[in-house]
Design a protein. Sequence first.
Length: 406
Amino acid sequence: MYLADLHIHSRYSRATSRDCDLPHLDWWARRKGIRLVGTGDCTHPAWRQELARQLVPAGEGVYALRPQLRLPGAPPGPDPLFLVTGEISSIYKKDGRTRKVHSLLLLPGLEEAGRLAARLEALGGNLHSDGRPILKLDCRDLLELLLEVTPQGELVPAHIWTPHFALFGACSGFDRLEDCFGDLSGQIHGVETGLSSDPPMNWRISALDRLTLLSHSDAHSPAKLGREATLLEGEPSYPQVLRAIRTGEGLAGTVEFFPQEGKYHLDGHRSCGVCLAPAQTLALGGICPVCGKPLTVGVEHRVEILADRPAGFRPRGARPFRRMAPLPEVIAASTGWAAAGKRTLALYERLLAGLGPEFPILDRLPLEEISPVAGPQVTEGIRRLRLGQVDCRPGFDGQYGRMFLR
């Protein structure tokens, strides 16, 4: 079993770290314990050239960083592998509304990514200005084009509940998959739930039962890899990943952010400091009580609108999931230190140096092995995290929530 994080970005995307290059992505994947990483941004010509120069084939549809480019100091473990992925921002008119939807694309190789980029450029797309290009292309037509380039291509609607730029987003999305993809809806096999929702929230919508629920980080810096991830079985390869998405075979579950920590979980207005539950928003008619402008409707509210099942419903055959928090957050919540503070980061580095990658520390390493390195406070914090003894101050309108250990 291994962890896959297939939705990330390179430094060619806007608002990303300059360290979003292949050596740093490889290094952080080793530190996190992630075996398979998406390349991100595969339609960007300069990034695709870097991918071609710095990666070598390492299996069917997967690549590894050239050994001479590896950065020193990562914990030992299997070499991370890369699978060709990219994200497209579609902004277009449909059914009388402007739609803004992000799509995650998976491709079987760099050659297919080059062919896809050529087709998109022929349609007038500007692929040079942003690793996640903005195209005036209907999502249904994007899917059709991808399948024309390669029937083995896969389109996964990204972070489907986020208010902005998402399939079911409150600001510009749709109420049904069919409204977005029309006659090609059957070619959608999986959806990405996003940081502000988790499987139990998605289980409330019966129309999603046939779809594979996937989780990825959407990382804009290498240190954010694995905030969410998908657990897969077998040896990493593109056919194996495709089979897991299309049939569920080999899908072992997901690793989830606490959805309340997601920056669009509840409704609100960040500039006014207003955070509201759905019922409170409805009582106010959707209007901010401070400034009088419309509130941003969050993920929980949107799920409530579309749900046809009660909270707590679990579909037959639903995959397991684990809720996690990044290790620096656990250290901070255990000690009272700042999550990005010097003491937290120093202890984080000691834990990785003494115990190995982050995910095994959080999930399965015996506490008696952790304690001599972490100390009693952080060891207790990890124990409580594993038991789900966590409270959160919810995120809203672009502001992340915060985790507390009970």
